[in-house]
Ligand binder design. Structure first.
Ligand code: 6PG
Length: 241
């Protein structure tokens, strides 16, 4: 099942995305007593996380029962300006009552292969599962080349079926990333893309309505098996320019 919501302005998009996350948290906490959420990196979600940290949204979430993960990480130390963890920490984690032990970050400073293995083990530990776990919510962005998380066009990580987390050297970025794989993302209860700005409009149309070509458009691989897929976009990205 796929839901597309187009917000009229960038600010409505930011507020709508924060509202969506708060509502998802409330639903999971009521149903299962905890909320397991994986955050997207990149620039688009930063103002959403900032908004979520504001009292009006934050007070609706029982933070000690939240477990927060990351979809992907750039292989840099956690205080590097490119770190997805640092972005989330500054925008959200520093401002809410989330216990540090509930923040599960990818070790961007470590060897990428070891960091991927360790992160997979951390997920297994938390979910107490050898089978693919279902995160309550996985948040994703859309790259203007069709990538999502760090699943980049033409890379080996796209063909990974067994591993939940893999290291990936990304030629176009000339750097290593560690990323969730499509099977793990597709096992989630809810997956949402946050897409903003006219620069994403053409790619969004191709991903949603173009021919299925996941090796070129990895975002097309995201199709939750039993969960729901949400697209939250602003009007500029949604084509209403
Ligand atoms: C990252 C991401 C990546 C991102 C897209 C969109 O670490 O960069 O997780 O998948 O979501 O590249 O990024 P923007 O929101 O900055 O356009």
């Amino acid at each position: 099942m796929q839901n597309l919501t187009i917000f009229p302005t960038k600010d409505a998009f930011i507020a709508g995305a924060a509202e969506f996350m708060a509502a998802q948290a409330a639903e999971a906490l009521a149903a299962r007593g905890r909320w397991t959420v994986a955050l997207a990196g990149g620039g688009t979600p930063q103002p959403i996380y900032t908004r979520l940290a504001e009292a009006g949204y934050a007070r609706r979430i029982d933070w000690p029962r939240v477990h927060l993960f990351f979809c992907d990480e750039r292989c840099v130390p956690p205080d590097d300006s490119r770190s997805n963890y640092r972005m989330a920490r500054e925008a959200l984690l520093d401002h809410v009552a989330l216990p540090p032990e509930n923040v599960h970050r990818i070790a961007g400073e470590a060897d990428p292969a070891l960091a991927a293995l360790a992160y997979e083990q951390e997920i297994r530990r938390l979910f107490r599962s050898v089978a693919l776990p279902a995160f309550d919510l996985i948040c994703l962005g859309l790259g203007d080349n069709g990538h999502t998380a760090s699943l980049f066009p033409g890379t080996a990580s796209l063909r990974e079926q067994a591993r939940w987390i893999v290291p990936q050297y990304v030629e176009v970025m000339e750097s290593w990333r560690v990323t969730m794989t499509a099977p793990l993302i597709n096992a989630a209860r809810h997956v949402t893309f946050f897409v903003e700005g006219a620069g994403k409009a053409e790619m969004l149309q191709r991903v949603l309505h173009g021919p299925f070509d996941p090796d070129v458009l990895p975002a097309q691989m995201i199709q939750p098996v039993n969960g729901q897929l949400h697209w939250l976009v602003d009007a500029a990205a949604g084509g209403d320019r």
